[in-house]
Design a protein around this ligand. Sequence first.
Ligand code: NAP
Ligand code: GLV
Length: 361
Amino acid sequence: MPEVLLIKDYAQQPAAWAAAFADFDLEVRDWDAVFGGGDGGDGGDGDGDGVDGDGRGDGDGDGGDGDGDGVDGDGDGDSRGGRGAGALAPAEIDYALVWQPAPGALARLPNLKLIFSLGAGIDHLAGDGVLPPGVPVLRMVDAQLTAGMTEYVVYHALRFHRAMPAYEAQQRRAEWRLLPQVAAAERRIGILGLGVLGGAAARALATLNFDVAGWSRGPKDLGIPSFAGAGELPALLARTDILVCLLPLTAATAGILCAANFARLPAGACVINAGRGGHLLEADLLDALERGHLAGAALDVFANEPLPPGNPLWSHPRVAITPHAASKTLPASSARHVIDNIRRFRAGRPVGPLADFARGY
Ligand code: NAP
Ligand code: GLV
């Protein structure tokens, strides 16, 4: 019997996952094959919305019982090997690739060898009781995920840099008026987080001649000014016209996009948040926009996802919103990271990169 990889994906794309693993000796099954329609967690009174289309829902439905009586597979190509498309017993699962598993679900898989985070962030796995003890957890590092984030950041940086929100507003008023144009070399971009994603975005922006600097826990040698640690954050902010947040959400970074730090930015600065909603204090942003201290914001992530319909950010004229869509994990490319690590694991070699829950990323 082939080993089994169980996938819980916010975008629910079983056929694409099956195709991505088609040439590898592994049976790939959807979460429902074990947990039925639920999260398989400890139960409780979740709102049951789960994921919807391409959005990343919170998926806290009532937990399945995890005893192998999940619903039948849906037969759309997510099953290989000899077991057919029906339910699997928890003991049959060897690996899990997951986004927001409910507390207790993974612990019901007694023979789990590796857990792969479907996202680059690991905060969705950090809650109490989400992870079973002793099973290594791998971060998602994938060239396509990185490329998608670079596209998002470059797009919004260029949009702010070239005053596109103001021109779009002028068009709505049929107003023909030339606005000042600034050379990229004179536009200062500050990136919070210089890891896989922040580092790639910084390199792409530097290639476009922007005056890029970045901030991380430790100093970096990326050929751009590097600021490190809490003590150097004010200096980074003081030289930033467009602030990009690509930090992981940790105790040290939660709420970092707040009134005190907005006040350190020059008047007229813009903010791009593609890290996590927990980085941003929404009321502080709205206040800074209303007072005119900040000129605009592009937000992809929110404390409450989906962003509730009545949230004032939706209708703010200087806020651009996307539904946690800056960069999705695509099966075709990310499967390579999973396959490489399963091969390593089978050969007794080290796997990685491993999530470090003590530092929070
Ligand atoms: P990463 O490689 O782990 O990089 C994290 C960076 O943040 C590192 O440079 C790290 O500093 C820095 N950092 C962490 N804590 C810090 C602190 N307290 N002070 C200063 N710097 C700190 O992570 P990644 O792969 O680039 O991903 C970053 C985040 O992007 C994820 O955690 C996730 O939240 C978000 N994300 C969002 C989307 C989306 O679609 N919106 C998609 C993917 C990822 P050191 O280098 O010194 O350790
Ligand atoms: C998405 O938010 C990710 O962490 O990859």
